[in-house]
Design a protein around this ligand. Structure first.
Ligand SMILES: Nc1ncnc2c1ncn2[C@@H]1O[C@H](COP(=O)(O)OP(=O)(O)O)[C@@H](O)[C@H]1O
Ligand SMILES: Nc1ccn([C@@H]2O[C@H](COP(=O)(O)OP(=O)(O)O)[C@@H](O)[C@H]2O)c(=O)n1
Length: 246
């Protein structure tokens, strides 16, 4: 079971994906953390993030490793834990420019596909282009939305000090990042045609999780129906299998 959850910032992708994965025993991948990690590496290594050619030339250098346990997801760059530094304002302001570089996307997309392929028990992958580009054959695609006001209020609730009170600055920064992510040439933020859209503005996190768990259960049932050979019951299938390999 592969579940793709996309949408702009503050719609609840990370919180929902982690809870759904934990509830259903699936792995979890935060692809935004990977783009943040490569951005942090560029900033730490003096690569000018507005210089596409410089970013492209360095795109293959950092070694990024994601841990996919939804109860304790991890992100490491060149062997060091990067979970704290990738959340700074500096990284947040630079990540859209770095993630728009095609060489960066090619590398990170390949990494994401290999992680999804290795997740034998299934995985929830969240980001911006999972349903459209990274995993177009996902069993279930969800696109989360929410009003800019709700998203800004949620995000500023997470920030400390002065930023926490400045909801309008957070809102402007969010809108700017959405525009950059939606407007880029390579793999923009976009709802896949076959994604289910869930507007979370008026929903609690618990309600969103419940809604997504129901959608996953339905997708699992539909997949089981598709995989069962036509015209045979499960009992007949077991009997037949038993004859071939006792
Ligand atoms: N439906 C919701 N109602 C209220 N707060 C929410 C809801 N969904 C998420 N949040 C909160 O909003 C913040 C941003 O959520 P997050 O899951 O990080 O969003 P995203 O990954 O889409 O950027 C978190 O503090 C989270 O707890
Ligand atoms: N699949 C993805 C995921 C993130 N990103 C980029 O990474 C940035 C950070 O993603 P994130 O999910 O951590 O952002 P938040 O919504 O948590 O603030 C986004 O603004 C995009 O520029 C992307 O391009 N493609």
């Amino acid at each position: 079971m592969i579940v793709a959850i996309d949408g702009p910032s503050g719609t609840g992708k990370s919180s929902t994906s982690k809870s759904v994965a934990a509830a259903l025993g699936l792995s979890y991948l935060d692809t935004g953390a990977q783009y943040r990690a490569i951005t942090w590496w560029m900033l730490s290594n003096g690569v000018p993030v507005d210089d596409q050619a410089a970013v492209a030339a360095a795109a293959g250098k950092p070694v990024i490793v994601s841990g996919t346990d939804p109860a304790a997801p991890t992100i490491a760059v060149d062997g060091a834990d990067a979970s704290v530094p990738i959340r700074t304002e500096e990284v947040t302001a630079a990540v859209s420019a770095v993630s728009a570089v095609p060489e960066v996307r090619t590398r990170i997309t390949a990494l994401q596909r290999s992680i999804a392929a290795e997740a034998a028990g299934g995985i929830v992958v969240e980001g911006r282009d999972i349903g459209t580009t990274v995993l177009p054959d996902a069993d279930l695609k969800i696109f989360l939305t929410a009003s800019p006001e709700a998203r800004a209020a949620r995000r500023s609730g997470e920030l400390k000090g002065k930023e926490a009170t400045d909801v309008s600055a957070t809102r402007e920064a969010l809108i700017k990042r959405d525009a950059a992510d939606s407007g880029r040439k390579t793999s923009p933020l976009k709802k896949a045609d076959d994604a289910v859209e869930v507007d979370t503005t008026e929903l609690t996190l618990e309600q969103v999780v419940e809604c997504v768990v129901t959608l996953v259960d339905e997708a699992v049932a539909a997949k089981a129906g598709r995989d069962a050979p036509a015209g045979r019951t499960d009992g007949e299938k077991d009997e037949k299998a038993g004859q071939i390999s006792p």
